[in-house]
Design a binder for this molecule. Structure first.
Ligand SMILES: [Zn+2]
Length: 148
């Protein structure tokens, strides 16, 4: 049974300035906060989708990738406002993307109206989930309680 206040249908993700926009098919049921060297600095909350789930609306191909280390993941941000938009696998030049590969969305860019449980993932050391003790948006955030 679905909560009557859960978000349903496509949700439109946008960076702060609006240059980057895409939709995801539905609200996430779980978010991930990770403490690894990059996620901890970015302060993002990840919602996991697949490449085929994403419908680009604005700015496809214009996000700025950041890769390091073994170069298997690209973190992307808006070239104008700098907000992190997503991460995904690094493609060999000219290679088509696997439609089922992970496309991780920065959930802070999604207009979520119902709180979603946040999983705290210890990517810094143990590579395990430590707790599910938070929610985003905050349950006591006034504009969430007021609703759309
Ligand atoms: Zn932007």
């Amino acid at each position: 049974m679905t909560s009557p206040c859960a978000d349903s249908g496509p949700l439109h993700a946008s960076c702060h300035c609006g240059a980057i926009g895409f939709s995801v098919p539905s609200a996430p049921t779980k978010l991930t906060e990770c403490n690894c060297s990059i996620c901890g600095r970015l302060g993002v909350l990840w919602a996991y989708y697949e490449v085929k789930d994403i419908v680009w609306e604005r700015g496809e191909g214009t996000t700025v990738p950041y890769v390091w280390g073994d170069r298997c993941i690209e973190f992307h941000h808006c070239p104008i406002c700098g907000v992190t938009t997503h991460y995904g696998g690094v493609l060999a030049e000219g290679a088509p993307s696997d439609p089922t590969s992970r496309f991780a969305v920065n959930a802070r860019n999604l207009p979520l109206t119902a709180p979603v449980t946040v999983r705290r993932f210890d990517g810094r050391s143990s590579w395990t989930t430590l707790a599910h003790d938070r929610q985003w948006p905050w349950p006591d955030q006034p504009d969430v309680l007021d609703g759309p």
